[in-house]
Design a protein around this ligand. Structure first.
Ligand SMILES: NC(=O)c1ccc[n+]([C@@H]2O[C@H](COP(=O)([O-])OP(=O)(O)OC[C@H]3O[C@@H](n4cnc5c(N)ncnc54)[C@H](OP(=O)(O)O)[C@@H]3O)[C@@H](O)[C@H]2O)c1
Length: 272
């Protein structure tokens, strides 16, 4: 029997793409989803419903017999790190042999982007289990950029900082290469697009314009939505992390892993 891969996040964008690609290759997988009625119907894919990463015992049971876990980070939440810790501990308790975690580029305890700190802490927890791991660290999603344009304008305190944004298709291809290949244990792969651009350049390519807010203006313009402070801080620091240069990373890792270069912003926009 080929080794069983558990895929989380299969009702979402990256996990869904990974599950589809594994199915296309005939790889046996188990989809761990919060709502089985929304799970993709794929050949050679079992579906297990569980309440979510916070539910350690249910997650451990859902992972029985699994060799490799692909762990997609949870939706942003105040207890996201604790949820990840519970999920990681459940995987270790279930005896999985490998954890492939979708992290974030240059994640550290001092990342300007507050939500990136969650990825660093999760990676540390995975290391501490002693289970072999691979971290696939994504840059900002390229396919998220059009949604940043509101009324023809991208507004945020990103300055002239650059971002090596990556298409979710390329993230998924990289993850699948890791899940189905060998020799990836202990590796941290930072996956990015082929170039780093400013939000001004991105806006121009999208026929929009970029307005460089001050940090104060950014908080003021977002506080009106009534979101909790941690969430507004996450939104604003996603821009200041670009300004800081922390997201300007460009690597050839996608090509190394998949054999094809990552899609550029111009190419992505021309396909839409
Ligand atoms: N790099 C970037 O620019 C960027 C941007 C946004 C988000 N992200 C992060 O990257 C992750 C994957 O991106 P995506 O585009 O695939 O997101 P997505 O389409 O929102 O999918 C997220 C998936 O994770 C599942 N999930 C969320 N919270 C969970 C929890 N607590 N327990 C179990 N499953 C949970 C969701 O299940 P349900 O369908 O049941 O909700 C869904 O299947 C996101 O969850 C987020 O952490 C990265």
């Amino acid at each position: 029997m080929p080794e069983l891969i558990a895929v989380t996040g299969a009702t979402g964008e990256v996990g869904g793409r990974v599950a589809r690609r594994l199915a296309d290759r005939g790889v046996p997988q188990r989809l761990l989803v919060r709502d089985a009625s929304r799970a993709p119907q794929l050949p050679a894919a079992e579906v297990r419903q569980f309440p979510g990463y916070h539910a350690g015992e249910e997650m451990r049971a859902a992972l029985e017999g699994v060799h490799t876990l692909f762990l997609v980070p949870a939706a942003e939440a105040p207890d996201r790190v604790e949820q990840h810790y519970t999920a990681v501990d459940a995987a270790a308790a279930a005896g999985v042999r490998r954890i492939v975690y979708l992290g974030f580029v240059r994640a550290s305890v001092t990342s300007t982007f507050t939500l990136a700190r969650h990825h660093y802490l999760t990676e540390e927890r995975i290391r501490a289990t002693g289970v072999p791991f691979t971290f696939v660290r994504m840059n900002l999603y390229m396919d998220f950029l059009p949604a940043m344009v509101v009324d023809g304008v991208i507004r945020g305190p990103a300055g002239d900082g650059r971002v090596g944004a990556i298409l979710r298709d390329d993230v998924a291809d990289s993850v699948v290469a890791v899940l189905t290949g060998e020799g990836h244990d202990g590796q941290t792969y930072e996956v990015t697009g082929p170039e780093a651009f400013t939000l001004g350049e991105a806006a121009e390519l999208m026929g929009a314009r970029f307005v460089n807010e001050t940090v104060e203006e950014a908080y003021a313009s977002r506080n009106v939505f009534g979101a909790p402070d941690w969430e507004v801080e996450g939104w604003v620091t996603s821009y200041t992390s670009i300004a800081s240069g922390e997201l300007d990373l460009v690597t050839d890792t996608v090509e190394q892993l998949t054999g094809h270069p990552p899609v550029s912003l111009a190419e992505y926009l021309s396909r839409r």
